[in-house]
Design a protein around this ligand. Structure first.
Ligand code: PGA
Length: 256
C-alpha cells in the first residue's frame, strides 16, 4: 500500500529563536512538495514559536510524559504539547531510552498518552551494534515493536487515520555518519511490518515505517526508494534548510 512520504526533522537539544529562519525556509519548501508530509521537532522551548512561524509543515515534540499532569518536575505532558502547538510527538528515541532509562513499557505509556491527547506519534525502535553483531537485531526490534507500540484497542482509530508511525533507527547509525545497508533496512522494515500486522490486523499496513540514522542529501534518495521505507527521521541534517531540503525533495515529486 503506498503511503504519503513522511520526512521528520529532529532538532534534539539544538536550536534557538535565531534558527526559526531555517524553519521558515524548510516550511516554504514543504509547501512546494504537497505530496510529502514534513514535520520538524524542535526542543520544547521552540514549539510555540515554530508553530507561529510555519504553515505547511507539522510541529512535533521530542518526548512527553505518560501522565496528563501532576508532580513531575521538568516534564511536559502530551496535552501541554498540543496546547503549545504540536501535532505529533516522537517517543522512545534511543537517546531517551539510554539517557533516561526508558523501557518499552514507559514508551508505550507515553505513546498511549500522546494518542489520548490527539497527537500523532512516531515510535522509535532500533538495535545496538552489539545486538546486530550478535545476530539479534530483528529479535530486539520485534520485541520493541511488540512492547512499545500503543495497544490495539486504544490505537485503532489513530492507526486507521495514519497517525501512527514507527521509526527504525539502528543506534549505531545515529549521528555517526554510518548508514545502514539498504538490504538490511528493507529486511528490518519487512520484519516490523509483520509485527504491526500482528498487532493491529490489516490496518497495521497503514502505519508508516521511517528510517533514521545519518540520513543526508547524499543517501536519502536511495533509502527513500527502498522497499517498505515510507520516510525518514533526520537529526543532524535537519538543522539547516540547505541540508534538509534535498531530503524533502528526494521524497517528493514537487509541484507540477
Ligand atoms: P542523525 O539522527 O540523522 O543525526 O543520525 C537521527 C535521529 O536520531 O533521529
Amino acid at each position: 500500500m503506498p503511503h504519503r512520504p513522511y520526512i521528520v526533522g529532529n532538532w534534539k537539544m539544538n536550536g534557538s529563536r535565531a534558527m526559526l529562519a531555517e524553519a521558515r525556509a524548510i516550511d516554504r519548501a514543504a509547501a512546494r512538495y504537497p505530496d510529502v508530509q514534513v514535520a520538524l521537532a524542535p526542543p520544547f522551548t521552540l514549539i510555540g514559536a515554530l508553530r507561529e512561524a510555519v504553515t505547511a509543515m507539522g510541529v512535533g515534540g521530542q518526548d512527553c510524559h505518560a501522565q496528563t499532569k501532576g508532580a513531575h518536575t521538568g516534564d511536559v505532558s502530551a496535552a501541554m504539547l498540543v496546547d503549545t502547538g504540536a501535532d505529533v510527538v516522537i517517543v522512545g528515541h534511543s537517546e531517551r531510552r539510554k539517557d533516561h532509562a526508558e523501557s518499552d513499557a514507559v514508551v508505550k505509556a507515553k505513546a498511549e498518552a500522546a494518542l489520548a491527547a490527539g497527537l500523532g506519534i512516531i515510535v522509535c525502535v532500533g538495535e545496538t551494534l552489539e545486538e546486530r553483531d550478535a545476530g539479534k537485531a530483528e529479535a530486539v526490534v520485534a520485541g520493541q515493536v511488540d512492547h512499545s507500540l500503543p495497544a490495539a484497542d486504544v490505537a485503532s482509530d489513530a492507526v486507521a487515520a495514519g497517525k501512527v508511525a514507527v521509526a527504525y533507527e539502528p543506534v549505531w547509525a545515529i549521528g555517526t555518519g554510518r548508514v545502514a545497508a539498504v538490504c538490511d533496512v528493507v529486511a528490518m522494515h519487512a520484519a516490523i511490518r509483520g509485527r504491526l500486522l500482528a498487532l493491529y490486523g490489516e490496518s497495521g499496513a497503514k502505519v508508516r515505517i521511517l528510517y533514521g540514522g545519518s540520513v543526508n542529501a547524499g543517501n536519502a534518495a536511495e533509502l527513500l526508494a527502498a522497499e517498505g521505507v515510507s520516510g525518514a527521521l533526520v537529526g543532524g541534517a535537519s538543522l539547516t534548510a540547505e541540508a534538509f531540503l534535498p531530503i524533502v525533495a528526494a521524497a517528493g515529486t514537487g509541484e507540477a
